[in-house]
Design a protein around this ligand. Structure first.
Ligand code: CP
Ligand code: NVA
Length: 300
């Protein structure tokens, strides 16, 4: 039976922890010369731009011995109206797995239900589970544990925030989220995660949310596909910038995280992004290791 990874909630706590541990081993070079996916082909169907997700998957797939195949919708018949389900059925006959970056999360679900190969979410409007996996690995590496950690997310309750919410429900940390009214993470995601083990606190005041944080996390205010709302959102979020005075509210050894790309000077200042507390480039590197562990687990 194939497994998909469309949202972090698709995996149990034990599976997430074992992926993190395997990713840390892969990062150390354990099994570096073994090619568990030799002779396989993995598709990458991207309907939005990407630097980290695309390159870390292409490199990781190659390192595991398989062939990555990058496709844009305008280069395949999907862009001319072939249905998602037919595309999924056909690609399942050639590929051993596929990573998809798209808009509505339902497009991924539709693809996954027609496909007979594992489908990995490389970002949708609602979830970014591969990012959350690398984020959890980064917290584990830097803090030595995840359970009991205080994570503060300041900014837009977007796809990245939704996946952190699900990580919280699975891994049992405290997640405090500060957003303007109307920009909270999705209600159904919050309900799902609250049936799990963590604690999720929603606030308006960024300083209150940042207090005593071990991890302080932000993401862009305007996500891909929201460009028409850019001016409105930038105004609405101006008090939510992660700057030195906000960072000073958190613990002195708090780590600063951002999934990148950053809009420097908007949601985060240069001083914080490039400062001594920032771990953003380790976090970006961990995408590679975490996704290799994920591919090893899903692609047989
Ligand atoms: N963090 C992340 O997913 O980056 P890309 O959009 O560059 O893939
Ligand atoms: N929230 C951002 C994440 C980019 C990796 C977006 O969806 O554009």
């Amino acid at each position: 039976m194939k497994r998909d990874f469309l949202r972090l909630w698709d995996f149990t706590s034990e599976e997430i922890i074992s992926l993190i541990k395997r990713a840390i081993d892969l990062k150390k070079g354990v099994d570096a010369s073994s090619c568990p996916l030799i002779g396989k082909s993995i598709g990458l169907l991207f309907e939005k731009p990407s630097t980290r997700t695309r390159v870390s998957f292409e490199v990781g797939i190659y390192q595991l011995g398989a062939q990555p195949l990058y496709m844009r919708p305008d280069e395949i018949q999907l862009g001319r109206g072939e249905t998602i389900a037919d595309t999924a059925r056909v690609l399942s006959r050639y590929l051993n797995g596929i990573v998809i970056r798209t808009f509505e999360h339902t497009r991924l679900e539709e693809f996954a239900s027609a496909a007979t190969i594992p489908v990995i979410n490389g970002l949708s409007d609602s979830h970014h589970p591969c990012q959350a996996l690398a984020d959890m690995m980064t917290i584990y590496e830097k803090k030595g544990r995840i359970e009991g950690i205080r994570v503060s997310y300041i900014g837009d309750g977007n796809n990245v925030a939704n996946s952190l919410v699900e990580a919280c429900g699975r891994l049992g940390f405290t997640l405090t989220i500060a957003t303007p009214e109307g920009y909270e993470p999705d209600a159904d995601v919050l309900d799902t995660a609250r049936s799990g083990s963590g604690e999720i606190i929603l606030l308006r005041d960024p300083k209150e949310a940042a207090a005593m944080a071990d991890v302080i996390y932000t993401d862009v205010w305007v996500s891909m596909g929201e460009e028409q709302e850019a001016e409105k959102k930038k105004k609405r979020f101006e008090k939510y910038q992660l700057n030195s005075s906000l960072l000073a509210c958190s613990k002195p050894d708090a780590i600063v995280m951002h999934c990148l790309p950053a809009h420097r000077g908007e949601e985060i200042t240069d001083e914080v992004l490039d400062g001594p507390n920032s771990v953003v480039f380790d976090q970006a590197e961990n995408r590679l290791h975490a996704q290799k562990a994920l591919l090893e687990m899903l692609i047989k």
